[in-house]
Design a protein around this ligand. Structure first.
Ligand code: PRP
Ligand code: MG
Length: 185
């Protein structure tokens, strides 16, 4: 399993000062360019979820990077997939919330009909940084009376302590930067 984690880690690329000075950007896209890496990613996520949670009714993925593997994970778990989207993308009756993340402000929406009260929900995304994004998703699930079981991420930027802000148990495949990058505040 360590070999698989190391293989995945070898696919990540870091870009200093993107999209802003002081941010060390983690590019996860090379994982999806390599079917072996993508296969390992999905296998590891399935194993993690099956170990930590019982049945999942709904996998919720966060736009945009949570859409890269959320549906594949949901299929493997035999769960529904539901998107959380950025503003002005979803039709119908919506639950909405605005939030702050590591390097900008944004807002999220979900269709009210997409989660039935009491459904067992797992939120998935690529990276946990400040936790602003994931915390906003938590609020949406709670607005819709979903049973929020937890969060699963590929990677966590531990120095930002985002997991302390989340409302449900949080698991990551591996840790990314554990200290603030040189020159950041
Ligand atoms: C990135 C990343 C996470 C979020 C983490 O998304 O994919 O969703 O930031 O930051 P936080 O923990 O500080 O909130 P972003 O909205 O930048 O872009 P994306 O649409 O490419 O996913
Ligand atoms: Mg994102």
């Amino acid at each position: 399993s360590n070999d698989r984690i190391e293989y995945l880690r070898s696919k990540l690329a870091q870009y200093p000062d993107f999209p802003k000075k002081g941010i060390l950007f983690e590019d996860i896209m090379p994982i999806f360019a390599d079917p072996k890496a993508f296969g390992i990613l999905v296998d590891l996520l399935v194993e993690l979820v099956q170990k930590q949670f019982k049945e999942i009714d709904v996998v919720v993925g966060l736009e945009a990077r949570g859409f890269l593997f959320g549906p594949t994970l949901a299929l493997r778990l035999n769960s529904s997939f539901v998107p959380v989207r950025k503003p002005n993308k979803l039709p119908g009756d919506l639950a909405t919330i605005s939030y702050k993340k590591e390097y900008a402000e944004d807002a999220f929406a979900m269709q009210k009909s997409s989660i039935k009260p009491g459904q067992r929900v797992l939120i998935v995304d690529d990276i946990l940084a400040t936790g602003g994004t994931a915390m906003a998703a938590d609020e949406l699930i709670l607005q819709l009376n979903g049973n929020l079981l937890g969060h699963v991420f590929l990677m966590e930027l531990g120095f930002l302590e985002g997991r302390n802000r989340l409302k449900a148990p949080t698991f990551t495949l591996f840790s990314g930067q554990t200290e603030a990058p040189e020159g950041s505040k």
